[in-house]
Write a protein that binds this ligand. Sequence first.
Ligand SMILES: C[S@@+](CC[C@H](N)C(=O)[O-])C[C@H]1O[C@@H](n2cnc3c(N)ncnc32)[C@H](O)[C@@H]1O
Length: 149
Amino acid sequence: MRDKDICEETVLKNKIEPDFLDKPTCTDIVKEINRERKGSFYTPKIWVELSQKYIADVLGEDWQDEYYVWDCAAGTGNLLTGLTNKYNIWASTLDKADVDVMHDRIENGANLLDDHVFQFDFLNDGFEKLPKGLQKIINKDNHNVKRHR
Ligand SMILES: C[S@@+](CC[C@H](N)C(=O)[O-])C[C@H]1O[C@@H](n2cnc3c(N)ncnc32)[C@H](O)[C@@H]1O
């Protein structure tokens, strides 16, 4: 679909004034509307650090070894930056482009595992689409089972 068609479709769906279509900024605003719909706002570093501090306050300093993390709306994975136990982290998100960014980041040193990062729509996909390793963890009776090594 061409940009202009996407623009017209979105304008109709969102009941935007049609003359707006002629404005050069239309595709930017359509992009912004779509971004808002998906909640695609990336987490700034300061909030990433604070989130990890809050989790440690509640779960204890060793939480990364004792719990699994599945960020199921991971975007490009900012929220996982700085976590140390990649074996316990899983990241999925809606858009393949964001999954590709995470895989690129791994190639460039991000502390995540390639096969723990995948595309998944948490509203529409079934758990059978999850990687087997994550399915195993989720299907355990006790979800807060501590990991034994
Ligand atoms: C607030 S952003 C996450 C940003 C992320 N913490 C970061 O800083 O990179 C929310 C993400 O959820 C994704 N998302 C929205 N709906 C989704 C769905 N149904 N399933 C999976 N991901 C979804 C969006 O594409 C967006 O990337």
